[in-house]
Design a protein around this ligand. Structure first.
Ligand code: SF4
Length: 395
């Protein structure tokens, strides 16, 4: 059988870390940072009885401030950075004619599956870190970290970094060799809801006017669509087209890559090649059955959950058969209204390259923003780690 660190039906409940997080925040011994994934700001609404598909970005930010986080940042900032690195990596591989097709690696459920079931694909995985891990690295170890407080700037204490994700597998990702230490605790959307309830915060009554802090808070529409199946690829296409100099001849929106129904979605990019999106791990298994994928595609997105992260195992459970469509519609609506919709237009990302990283894929960028993958042992070892990340007591 196949094994991933993901439970699409949500029958397994994440190992709870929210008590520990509240305890650390209450202690206030060091600057605290929280980053929130794109899927969470939509689905959190459902936990508080708001209509499915309601965007609660501002309410969520205000709740996080009331919980005691000093800095409330957007994982989407790092999603734009991921796209800069991954888009550049794709073009470099195209030029070299090696390591193609490039598989996305921002979904730890998929990365775990590859390591266990198809280690021969490891060289195809993008070395670009996921947005969660990039954000942690930037918050702890970049020049931007100086903005987080005088203690940290003076090297006396590193910030306490928490991420809120739609995903139980992200808890395991934060512990990977080569990545551990940059994110201290990972909470799911459901855990955040429990924290908010435990403090008696009336979520629905909060203002929707809240804003993320800068400089790790700006993001474009391209980053927001990371939360939906096909979104990572569409975001990469928008920036790769710019980097390849073919942007003028290509559309901004890629309907063929969107939607939660189709398992495998494809699109042809003149001047770049054909790309594919696998909506769920079963779709990836189907794509990999033949050998055609090796020749047909230059890049392939795989998200382990059907619908992408908006269908993640850390999201609220729902009996609504249209729930994935409603959450996806909300995500694309945020993108459509965004003043900037391509990752390279993110001004905070531009500033980070100007001040510290130089250019995408530079040695400095590689040091901070890339990793490598190697088999992490047997199915048994994976299962043991999985059991560390879930808690079946209240399942
Ligand atoms: Fe986690 Fe998203 Fe991957 Fe599901 S698709 S395992 S929620 S990263």
């Amino acid at each position: 059988g196949q094994c991933t660190l993901v439970c699409p039906v949500g029958a397994l409940i994440e190992a709870p870390h929210w008590h520990e997080v509240l305890h650390t925040l209450d202690g206030r011994r060091r600057a605290s940072v929280v980053q929130v994934a794109p899927a969470t700001r939509i689905a959190i609404s459902e936990e508080f009885g708001l209509r499915p598909g309601t965007v609660s970005t501002g309410r969520m930010i205000n709740a996080l401030r009331q919980l005691g986080f000093d800095h409330v940042f957007d994982t989407n900032f790092a999603a734009d950075l991921t796209i800069m690195e991954e888009g550049t990596e794709l073009l470099a591989r195209l030029r070299a004619g090696a390591g193609l097709p490039l598989f996305t690696s921002c979904c730890p459920g998929w990365v775990n599956w590859v390591e266990i079931n198809r280690p021969d694909l490891l060289p195809h995985l993008s070395t670009t870190k996921s947005p969660q891990q990039m954000h942690g690295a930037i918050a702890k170890r970049s020049v931007f970290a100086r903005a987080l407080g005088p203690d940290f700037a003076a090297g006396r204490a590193e910030p306490y970094v928490v991420s809120v994700m739609p995903c139980t597998a992200k808890k395991d990702e934060a512990l990977r060799p080569g990545l551990s230490g940059d994110v201290d605790h990972v909470l799911t959307t459901r855990e955040l809801a429990r924290m908010i309830r435990s403090r008696g915060i009336a979520f629905g009554a909060l203002s929707e006017e809240g804003r993320f802090d800068s400089p790790l808070g700006e993001s474009t529409g391209a980053a927001q669509i990371f939360g939906a199946s096909g979104g990572v690829m569409e975001a990469m296409v928008r920036t790769a087209a710019h980097l390849a100099g073919v942007e003028e001849s290509l559309p901004l929106e890629w309907e063929a890559l969107r939607g939660v129904r189709n398992g495998i979605k494809t699109a042809t990019l003149p001047g770049i090649g054909m790309v594919a999106v696998c909506n769920g791990i079963a779709a990836a298994q189907r794509l990999l059955e033949g050998e055609g994928w090796r020749e047909d595609f230059v890049a392939i997105e795989v998200m382990a959950c059907v619908g992408g992260c908006l269908g993640g195992g850390g999201e609220p459970k729902s009996m609504d058969p249209q729930i994935l469509q409603k959450r996806a519609a909300a995500i694309y609506a945020v993108d459509a209204k965004a003043p900037r919709r391509r990752s390279y237009e993110n001004r905070d990302v531009q500033a980070l390259y100007a001040s510290e990283l130089g250019a995408p894929n530079s040695p400095a960028a590689h040091h901070l923003l890339h990793t490598h993958y190697a088999g992490r042992g047997s199915r048994r070892a994976l299962l043991m780690r999985f059991l560390d990340c879930v808690d079946r007591r209240d399942g």
